[in-house]
Design a protein around this ligand. Sequence first.
Ligand code: 9MR
Length: 541
Amino acid sequence: MSAIRRAILAGTLAALPVVAAVLPATPAHASDTLRAHAEARGKFIGTAVATSQLANESTYRTIAASEFSQITAENAMKWDATEPSQNQFNFSGADQVVAFAEANDQQVHGHTLVWHSQTPSWVQNLGADAMRSAMQNHIARVVGRYASNPVLKSWDVVNEVFEENGSLRNSFWYQRLGESYIADAFRAARAADPDARLCINDYNVEGVNAKSTAMYNLVRSLRAQNVPVDCVGLQSHLAIQYGFPNVQENMQRFADLGVEVRVTELDVRMQTPRNTTKDTTQATYYSNVVKACVAVSRCSGVTIWGFTDRYSWVPDTFPGEGAALIYDENYGEKPSYTAVHDALAGGTTPDDTTPPSTPGKPAASAITATGATLTWTASTDNRAVSGYDVYRGTTKLASSATNSVTLTGLTPETAYTVHVVARDAAGNTSANSETTAFTTTAGSGTGCTPAYRVVNSWPGGFQGEVKITCSGPVTSWRVTLTYPSGVNITQSWSSTMSASGNAFSFSNAAWNGSIPAGGSTTFGFIGSWSGTGTPPTPAIS
Ligand code: 9MR
């Protein structure tokens, strides 16, 4: 136990000297603080801080100062705090955080300049040109204020710019200014402080998924255009009930773009109340995030979003959930504290060497020309199953955090024999599940594009046509038209038709299955429907 922790328990905090003075020189000792171990590894360990607790609670202050080498203002640097009315700046909270860091030899991470939330309505109501100017002015003033201060050398320039599916968030910024506001914000921040590391920050981007891939693509494209994006912030608001994402793999792909990666807002919530099992799982999550950062050299550190369960955003936002931090409500260290400590110290807990149990044999359903859904009985693990990988032989087809996955991008009319492997956060993998075989249905053919048109229509009926054009040669094809209800295809030519509900599938006739590279063929049909006017348009697959 460290001197600081002993002092906290003994109630002798006031007697402690300024924290920087008690930090040991590297190498750190097993009993040292989180920050001592992090510093020995060249990483930071951070916490979000709230200004009212910094001002009013000495235990809070002492832990924030002694255990962490980096702090982030939980709210005090957001737009509603720093510029509540246009050009009326208020830096009282922000200055308080910076002064605390200066006094305790800490770094500050600036959070955040451009966000759709906690931004006053006066900004949201501006027209495009005025909004762009207000954004640039805000960045110039806020970043500019601390540009010469060596403790504040990184900023979340834009925060949460993506929707969950990876498209750009339809925020007022995007609606008024389009995508360009992102590049403009980074350029303004660079101009205001050429030495600060400039980050794009988001949640649900910890593992490899659609949203993190969109972020990856945006960072790559911005950097290719010389937009100054230096760093990617992975917020990491995790929950033990949702499984552990493939954090290290994701961090590494960003690192391979040449950007700094940082965990900016780590917490691991659970359904309350706590129990030993949940605490143990939570500790594993904390440990694995820290270990991933330790393993990826471009990961600069991990910031936890607060440190005590006494103060956390989680219960207000997710009723029934909480206990997400590493100290309990009375500032007692939880197993997650030990996990972070040991992960930074190099691991004094025995490594987890127990693999998950073998997953059940996958069942295939919803098989199409290019996809299928697999579902299997979940594995169990001594700690927690962090995810599953689906293989065809030795080729990994997909990964999933749950016991189900939808495969995409398969080849039509092809037999697949697949198995599933479970893994845990320590990287242990289960034995292979039993294999399952399925065959994809016929598609329109590799590289073929069907073009649909209505040739002619009359009240209650129409004549349709599909022209299939292929970039590569095919020997068979199939096109499915799925209409809204009320449409019936009564007759077709140059194809063989089968119907299933409102889905009408057209396969090649014996004589027109072969289409050469660059060639095309056309089939037609007569439809009836109950409405009037323009015939309904089908979905084409
Ligand atoms: O923890 C912050 C909480 O006190 C605020 O009420 C809330 C307002 O939106 O923001 C919380 O912090 C968020 C952070 O700024 C951005 N990422 C998500 C965090 C948790 O909601």
